[in-house]
Design a protein around this ligand. Structure first.
Ligand SMILES: [Zn+2]
Ligand SMILES: [Zn+2]
Length: 141
């Protein structure tokens, strides 16, 4: 599965364990590398100041990317559909695997018509939105 750059969270606890990245930042020019464990921020600042002596203030900044789900109506349509999707499984080095047990639930407010849409969630990860028509022929499972 591809890593989502902005993982969806629903609580501060989930946010706390979301991946974060540290950067050292020169306050004079906003230059500065990501701290990947190999980079010594003090050493970097020393070298930076040696080049630009008037750049003498630095800051460590932590970036945590996250997103939240769109607001949900109190009452939803609730129609469900079982679908199968193909995923690239990172654990097995990008081999495509098929999951045929993914259930999508229409999370729109109750609506007329046969067009439904709901979030496609696999292993707790939101992969997108699935839109389907209830009358479409579905193979027996
Ligand atoms: Zn600078
Ligand atoms: Zn629906």
């Amino acid at each position: 599965m591809t890593a989502t750059p902005y993982p969806e969270v629903s609580s501060i606890e989930q946010l706390k364990v979301a991946p974060s990245r540290d950067y050292v930042c020169c306050m004079g020019c906003t230059d500065g590398p990501q701290l990947d464990g190999m980079t010594d921020p003090v050493e970097w600042a020393r070298r930076h100041r040696a080049l630009k002596p008037w750049h003498d203030r630095f800051r460590i900044e932590q970036y945590t990317n996250f997103s939240v789900a769109p607001a949900q109506p109190d009452v939803i349509c609730g129609a469900t559909r079982k679908i199968s999707i193909k995923l690239f499984d990172e654990a097995s080095e990008g081999v495509e695997i098929e999951r045929s047990d993914v259930t999508v639930t229409c999370n729109e407010a109750p609506h007329p018509g046969d067009e439904h849409s709901g979030p496609l969630i696999v292993n707790g990860e939101r992969l997108g939105v699935h839109i389907w028509t209830a009358k479409a022929h579905e193979p027996a499972r």
